[in-house]
Write a protein that binds this ligand. Sequence first.
Ligand code: MN
Ligand code: MN
Length: 461
Amino acid sequence: MTTEELREALLAAPKNGYARLTAQERVEMEAHARGYAAFIDACKTERETVTWSVEQLKNHGFVELEPGMALKPGDKVYRSNRGKALMMAVIGAESLNDGARICVAHIDSPRIDIKPNPLYEDSGLAYLKTHYYGGIKKYQWVTVPLALHGVICRKDGVCVNVTIGEDEHDPILMITDLLPHLAADQMQKTAATAITGEQLNILMGSEPLDGEGSDLVKLHVMKLLNEKYGIIEEDFLSAELSIVPAMRCRELGLDRSMLAAYGHDDRVCAYNEIVPLLTMGTPKHTAVCLLADKEEIGSVGISGMHSFGFETFMHDLCHSTKASMYRCFENSFCLSADVSNAYDPSFPETADKRNNAALNMGVSIFKYTGSKGKGGANDASAEVMGHIRSVLDKAGVIWQVGTLGRVDQGGGGTVAAIMGNRNIVTVDAGVPVLSMHAPMEIISKLDCYMSMRACKAVYED
Ligand code: MN
Ligand code: MN
């Protein structure tokens, strides 16, 4: 053999996804990107994602899972966990004792939440106090257009949905920053402290009501909220309000190959898990999709991936089909889909380029995530990596492997380990992202499309 022949036979030669994409796939990729852009604009919180998804599920013949209901192959069921997490399944031809094919994603994203006693006036300006949610770089969230989303449960027991800043006729909200002329002290601080948590105050208004007494700007804002939502100040105590970027998904780059939007992490994976499920026939194994809340703050609480809400759903599925939930878990396969770090040539020192995911190389498969010696990682076995490799190759999915940055540079976790703890074979997969957790994150259309194809392949395996 010549060295050229040896090279071809023995050495890996990763190719850009565009060199491997068929003409037909390219058409499907663009259509998929358009559908995703509409979804990500409509779903900026976990609640909105559940609402959107339930409507889609109903339109595609899914019904709410009732305990004890009779289930047969091909049946499509779902359960909303208190409007903040969602579980759905298409019953397979084989018994649940033989395991399910599970895809998991999270539908919460880093953002800025409103405090329980938020509204105040200072120096003729009205503000909301906030407490940020998840891992944000605080300095990125000042001076960008912001919107208010959420729900307020009034004293009369009625809960009203709130959205301010999304309609083009709506006003936007904003957090201010210091002018550079007077920022001599601020510019000497570290990026972590240049903007502090207690400075993330949302500017709400500046026009005082005509009248006597103090806080006339605050009173004006409260009056407007009362006119629109029927709320009084006390109702903030029973509200769940979040500040998110008021920007829409846009094509990025002259070649329009990328998408910039708020909340790709991790609603891009959620979308890619739902889409193939909607039109699925009867799969061999029961296909299950789980959309969890609270991943950005540790997957805890009633709507997080640690919650027994998942067990209850799986128990009900197994009970209805006379299977054992523990047998089912033991024989299941789970794709834990969460966005990954794309290689950023402007920050090469943070990555091991040989082992980093890159844009347009396809859906990324991670053997492990974690930090400092793989802490908190699921660390899929060689056998599991071998399995996912063959599933993806058989389905013609363009994929790559990745790791979470340079060793000891930082790191992080996903819900994969939580599924592993349940005795479910699990591997991490996701869409590479640039500027993760920033108000606008970046993905490529190709990776987004291939992530959907990967989920489809897992369901159908
Ligand atoms: Mn994530
Ligand atoms: Mn995240």
